[in-house]
Write a protein that binds this ligand. Structure first.
Ligand SMILES: Nc1ncnc2c1ncn2[C@@H]1O[C@H](COP(=O)(O)OP(=O)(O)OP(=O)(O)O)[C@@H](O)[C@H]1O
Ligand SMILES: [Mg+2]
Length: 291
């Protein structure tokens, strides 16, 4: 069984003034195994943060279920959800101000979630925080406060904070949005390193297409639906051989890429024929007048 499963997730927001419903997620189907490093890539407004908030137990879906390990998150009480967020999930956001407390040192920042969880002694918290800072290459920066860290260092400190309570999954929402290219690649490398060394499951949502080539599995999200998958053909051999496949949901729905629709002259209807064992899409000439 999959470690993380999203089943037909739908999220409608109700706009406060007009009371109009805004569909942010329109039936997300998603599975991940323990230890996966998954990128979910999509443009602004495609539903990335909404999805992270649902998996992280910050918000609830309008319908559908989320299962992590042996728990159905969507069936949890508010109290259980608070516990889930604190102990089982690590969060990393785009802005360091959201990940770190500004007037605490990096070390104290990493200790803070452990203090809130209340499972370790002060000495154990400190020891673990030092270890985590070392993991992210900040062993010499423990006494620095966030304003004294570079953008990349602040995000690495944020990763250590996210890992503080040894969560089952780390959810990162646009974690490199504020960083330059070189620092972005370094952060992606840290995700890969920690994913491998700790066997931790990472889910990163981003609009940055460069994530697609650097993870084994990158899902494309568009208009609140998973529309495709970009993956290594043979993850064991090489990351360089890649392929892009289109997602077909349990009902047979799929989204044709705009480029293919344009090139093939497809408007609103197609015929599908089997030819030599291949399903062939045939645009309808002149398309069908509205019925
Ligand atoms: N609280 C809200 N009330 C109403 N609509 C919302 C709310 N939050 C998000 N939306 C809408 O839901 C859709 C998805 O939003 P979401 O923030 O998940 O997108 P995103 O992919 O994270 O975008 P970005 O890359 O800009 O962060 C958008 O159309 C957005 O306007
Ligand atoms: Mg967002």
């Amino acid at each position: 069984m999959a470690f993380l499963e999203c089943q037909d997730l739908i999220k409608l927001y109700v706009e406060e003034q007009s009371k109009i419903q805004v569909p942010a997620l329109r039936g997300i189907e998603l599975t991940a195994n323990e230890g996966d490093l998954i990128a979910i890539i999509g443009p602004s407004g495609s539903g990335k943060s909404t999805l992270v908030n649902l998996i992280g137990g910050i918000d609830r879906p309008s319908s559908g279920d989320i299962i992590l390990g042996d728990s159905i998150i969507t069936k949890m009480t508010t109290r259980q959800l608070t516990k889930y967020r604190r102990h089982r999930v690590g969060f990393l956001y785009q802005l360091p101000e959201r990940n770190l407390v500004w007037n605490l040192t990096a070390l104290k920042n990493v200790m803070l979630p452990m203090k809130l969880a209340g499972l370790l002694t002060h000495g154990e918290q400190k020891q673990r925080a030092q270890l985590l800072l070392k993991e992210v290459g900040l062993e010499r920066r423990g006494n620095h406060k966030p304003p004294q860290l570079s953008g990349g260092e602040a995000q690495r400190a944020g990763i250590a904070v996210a890992l503080a309570n040894d969560p089952e999954i780390v959810l990162a929402d646009e974690p490199t949005g504020e960083l330059d290219s070189i620092t972005t690649f370094k952060i992606i490398d840290y995700f890969k390193f920690l994913n491998k060394s700790l066997g931790k499951t990472f889910l990163v949502v981003t609009h940055d297409h460069r994530f697609a080539n650097m993870t084994n599995k990158a899902l494309r999200i568009l208009d609140g639906r998973i529309v495709g998958l970009h993956r290594a053909i043979d993850p064991k051999k090489s990351l360089s051989a890649r392929e892009e496949v289109i997602f077909v949901d349990d009902h047979g729905n799929l989204r044709l890429p705009d480029e293919i629709r344009r090139q093939a002259g497809i408007k609103n209807h197609i015929q599908i024929e089997m030819r030599d064992g291949f399903a062939t899409l045939i645009p309808v000439r002149g398309d069908i007048e509205s019925e």
